[in-house]
Design a protein. Sequence first.
Lengths: 222, 192
Amino acid sequence: MAAEMGRMPFFYNTEGRLVQVDYALQAVARGSTTLGIKTKDFALLASQVKPTRPLLEPAEKVYVIDEHLGATGSGYIGDVTTLVDEVRVAAQRHRLVYDLPIDVRTLSRHLSEHLHSYTMYAVRPFGASIIFAGADELGIQLLQVDPSGTTFKGAGFTIGQHADEALEVIRQGYRPDLTLDEAKALAVRAIEDVNGGKTEIEFGIVRADTRRFELSASAPAA
Amino acid sequence: MTTTVGIRSRDGVVLAADKRASKGFFVGSKVVQKLFKLDDSTAVAIAGQMSDAEYLVNLAKAERRLLALRRGYPLSVKESAKLIANIVYSGMKNYNPFFVELVVAGVDREGGHVYTSDMSGAITSEDFMSSGSGSPIAYGVLEQGFRPDLNLDETRKLADAAVRAAMERDPGSGNGVDILVVPNGHWNAEVN
C-alpha cells in the first residue's frame, strides 16, 4: 500500500489526506514569521524581513493589492508574488466590470478558487499562505488563505516559522480596543519573541476611517 | 462630434472639451464629461464613441495601476499614451476598432506632454492638439494664439477660447466648456 502511495502522491492517501497539500503547508511553516491583527478600526499586517547576506536589499514582504487592500504571505516567495499578482489583476478586473473597488471576501474567494484548482490535479500546489487586510462595505476585514484553498476569517493570524508560538503571544496581548501603536508593539513582540530578539519587520496598515492600505517599513516607534 | 483641445506650456498642460453629446441631429446630453483623469498627473480628453472611449479609459486606468504596483512607480505620460495606443491598435487589427480620437496629456519628471492617438493607434507628440468635429475651428484659434512661452493661465485662456470658437460654429459641439489644468511637478514618484 505504501508503495502505491509513493507512485500516486497527488491523490488521497489511505488516511484521506492529500500529502501534496500537507507538504505545501510544511513549506509555509518554513517561511518567515508573518501575521495579521484586526480591530474594528484597523487591520495590521507584519512580516519579518529575514536577515540576509550583507549588501543585499531586503525583499518586499507586504504588498499593496489595491488602494483599500493589502496582503502578506509566507512560504516560497516566488509563489507568494505569483499569487499577489493574481489577486492584483482580479482587483483591477473587478473595477473594470463594476467600477467599484473589490471587497475583501470576493478577492479571497478568487484566490481560494485559484489555490483549490491546484489541489485537484497532478500539479504542485502553491507553497504559500496569504493574509489579506482590507476595508470594504462590511468594515475592516482580515482573512487568511491556505494552499488548500481554505479561507479563515478572524481577528488575528500567524503563518510561517513558529506561527503557533507567535499566535499565543498575540492571543495573550489581544484586546478588541487595541490602539494602532499597541497592535504594532504586539506584532513586534510576537515576531521578535519567537525569532530570538531584534529583527527587521515590514508593516502594512489599513484604517477604517481612511479606507486606504499603506505600507510602513522597518521597526515602529513602540 | 465634440471639440477637445490639449496644449503644452512651459508650466504644465491644459485640456479642454465641450459638454455636448450628439445623437445624430439631436442633443443627447448637455452635461457630458469628456475629460478623464488617469491619476493626479495624467488625463485624457475623448472624442468619438463615448462607450468605446470610457471603456478604453477604464482599461488604461486598470493597466496603469497594475504596472505601477508591480514596478513601484507610476507611468510617464508617454508610456500612458503608448499603452492606450497599443490597445487601440490591436482593436483595429482585429477588425474591432475603437471609434475614438484621444488626447493624452499630463506631466511627468520631464515636464508637460501632449500626445494624440487616433483609432488606428498612431501616436504623435504635439505642442497643441485638437480633435473632434469642431477641431478645424479650434485649430484656427490655436494656430493664431499658441506660443511656446505661454504661462499656464494664458494657456488655459487659449484652450477655453479655442473650444468656445468651435462651439459657435460647429453644431456637434456646445453647452459649455470643461477645463483641466495640470501644473508641472504634480508627478508623484511614490505609488499608493
